[in-house]
Design a protein around this ligand. Sequence first.
Ligand code: SAM
Length: 278
Amino acid sequence: MEKQIKSGLLYIVATPIGNLEDITLRAIRVLKEVDLIAAEDTRHTLKLLNHLQISKPLISYHRHNEDIKSDILIQKLKDGKNIALVSDAGTPGICDPGEEIIKKCIELDINVVPIPGACAMINSLICSGISTKEFTFLGFLPLNKKLRNNKLEEIEKSNKTIIVYEAPHKLETTLKDLKGILNGTRRIVLAREITKIHEEFIREDIDYLIENLEKIKGEIVLIIEGNDKEENENVLNNLDIEEHYRFYQSQGFEKKEIIKKIAKDRNVNKNEIYKKFI
Ligand code: SAM
């Protein structure tokens, strides 16, 4: 009778997003025990493995070879090999390769085992000070104009916290796009270089971020407060008109803009508000 080989396991192993200490004991053990490590960039992962004093065969698995490499890896899993999948940083599958092979394994009844650890979005969110109760992770905003506008509209309407990844060279465009849709009442937190030497959480308004772009370097996550329009309206409408004015003034808006905003919040004609401030 032919011997039935039991499939190996595919471990999805989270690695550090900066600080090399951010890897679990279990992740280290799994990396030591597997037969093979599939890595987004083998040179990058080799540095981590050298640091951990682990020597293991590596195979590249990245966005441009996901399809063909998943088939090769699946054959090895079917042959009984255990494989660890890692990305350059953080949790594989989160804006990183992984989804493809995971789906195929599930279809083929090959066990997929998560090995939890660092993830930029979760760690930015928890220290942002913005509500963690309900949130939407949008990854990187699309570059295609139509798709991007759809996402911006989603952000504008969402009453949940929104998390966005951004590359530093695209930050200016993204902040300007966001300025156009966030009415001055929604908070935004910029988390950068988390777990690294220059880790910083900037809890200022969007104009400050735009004015200080040249100082904002490194890897970036944006956390945007949900649009609790009704609650905001209630708060603003309970202010007297001078307080309402000062609220927007403190956000850096010009007189003309403030008058427009107050009129909109209070659902009155802007000339009525204008008369009060001349
Ligand atoms: N798989 C990763 C994770 O689990 O977060 C995300 C990989 S994605 C290709 C890279 C993006 O994640 C960066 O452009 C940045 O938005 C975010 N990111 C990764 N590391 C970060 C860090 N140390 N600080 C801030 N953002 C980070």
